[in-house]
Design a protein around this ligand. Structure first.
Ligand code: HEM
Length: 407
């Protein structure tokens, strides 16, 4: 190990339990002392300053999204690590792992499924689903076993996606089961993708795509229109599967991270409850403050100089959105949670051409939960130790015991 590699390892050990519990002090050290940091054990370059992360995300000519993630890193990182390399056969393009010009064509073809109008139209149904989960959480809390993850944050994004895909209500539980299976299958660290029970879901997707009618309201109808732009049947199916990976656990993580902040900072709940106009900025701040997708991958197409380091061609680069979002060069008092922070140019949904297609949807879901919780005049209190996700790229809680108290 070279001296500089040793230095990086000292500044940042991704699986040190203290770093997993709270990566932000380690990110601060990297931003200040080693902003383009090489981790030899994983053969990856971590980029942590806001301006660098944004510049790279906007530079697909030099930094490709086609790079996958190496299985050894996935093993080291635990099961919930990456999305791009697992889905489908290598010949099947998945939006997030394509580069221009292919990316623009593909993205334009599916973007119709995520218009602001479609999210606005879905908002009353999202509110109803959120209300029902708040009811369940309240009931479980009264029974002494409320868990914000199990009762609300985990099921809600699945139910919302099922609703948008037009999956009938009596199949929602089944859909939830399938999506768990497929997400876990796609996250397996080694070996060929095991589709397992997810095959039933692919059959279901396939039938729905065949029946889809352009101009109708559900996501399948919009996704199916991508056929006319040359997206193959297999790619459409892979896209549907990708939505489960991209849109469910991410939103679950955001919900739990926001709740963790509400439990941690005294007064935050009262402030938002007393001024519901703060909900949109509070949701943005939650994404910035404790970023659900902490990092994602790029690969260099050519040697690149950055802060005096030379990244060789074909190097794997980790854009650390979570570190960029705490960069004091960009954000005033970055370690403070300010529910009214404005402007808030966080990169929690990425930046550049691959900016998250589901950002509006995710934001609407989380806003609905805040409105429903506080409309029910509820105060939420901690009721046990949370369990953190063990992953370098995803950050969330897989258990968050809470007690709901009427005011
Ligand atoms: C809080 C929840 C979410 C977070 C934090 C999040 C985060 C991200 C990030 C960081 C990217 C950029 C990827 C890159 O630059 O390589 C991305 C892309 C994407 N996200 Fe999300 N996402 C969330 C929810 C969703 C939802 C609900 C959906 C859809 C149902 C979705 C669909 C997508 C898609 C399709 C892309 C790929 C866009 C492209 O490659 O052009 N995401 N997301």
């Amino acid at each position: 190990m070279t001296a500089s590699a040793r230095e990086s390892a000292r500044l940042f050990d991704p699986f040190d339990p203290a770093v997993l519990a709270d990566p932000y002090p380690a990110y601060a050290r990297l931003r200040d002392h080693d902003p383009v940091s090489y981790l030899p054990e994983y053969d990856v370059w971590m980029v942590t300053r806001y301006d660098d992360v944004v510049a790279i995300a906007r530079d697909p000519a030099r930094f490709s999204s086609k790079i996958g993630m190496s299985p050894d890193f996935a093993v080291a990182g635990g099961p919930q690590t990456g999305v791009s390399y697992r889905i489908g056969a290598p010949s099947v393009r998945v939006l997030i792992a394509t580069d221009p010009p292919e990316h623009q064509i593909f993205r334009r073809a599916v973007a119709g499924a995520f218009t602001p109008a479609s999210v606005t139209a879905a908002t009353p149904r999202i509110r109803a689903l959120a209300r029902e989960r708040v009811r369940v959480l309240r009931e479980r809390s009264e029974a002494g076993c409320g868990d914000f993850f199990t009762d609300l944050a985990e099921p809600l994004p699945v139910l919302v996606l099922a609703d948008l895909l037009g999956v009938p209500a009596d199949m929602h539980e089944e859909f939830r089961d399938w999506s768990t299976v497929i997400t876990k299958d796609l996250d397996q660290a080694s070996g060929p993708p095991r589709v397992g029970r997810g095959i039933e879901m692919f059959r279901y997707f396939s039938r729905q795509l065949r029946r889809a009618t352009p101009g109708r309201a559900n996501l399948f109808d919009a996704i199916a229109t991508a056929r006319s732009a040359g997206v193959s049947e297999q790619e459409l199916l892979a896209f549907c599967a990708f939505l489960l990976v991209a849109g469910i656990e991410t939103t679950t993580n955001l919900l739990t991270n926001l709740m963790a902040a509400l439990l941690r900072f005294p007064g935050l709940q009262d402030r938002i409850r007393d001024d519901p106009g703060l909900v949109p900025t509070a949701v943005d701040e939650a994404i910035r403050y404790d970023t659900p997708v902490q990092a994602l991958w790029r690969g260099t197409r050519e040697p690149v100089e950055l802060h005096g380091r030379t990244l060789p061609a074909d190097a794997r680069v980790l854009l650390v959105w979570g570190a960029a979002n705490r960069d004091g060069r960009r954000f005033d008092q970055p370690d403070e949670f300010r529910p009214d922070r404005r402007p808030n140019d966080h990169v929690g949904f990425g930046a550049g051409p691959h900016f998250c297609l589901g950002a509006r949807l995710a934001t609407a879901e989380v806003a609905a939960v805040l409105h429903e919780l506080f409309a029910a005049a509820i105060r939420v209190e901690p009721a046990g130790e949370p369990v953190l996700t063990r992953s370098l790229v995803l950050r969330g809680r897989t258990s968050l015991p809470v007690r709901l108290v009427s005011r």
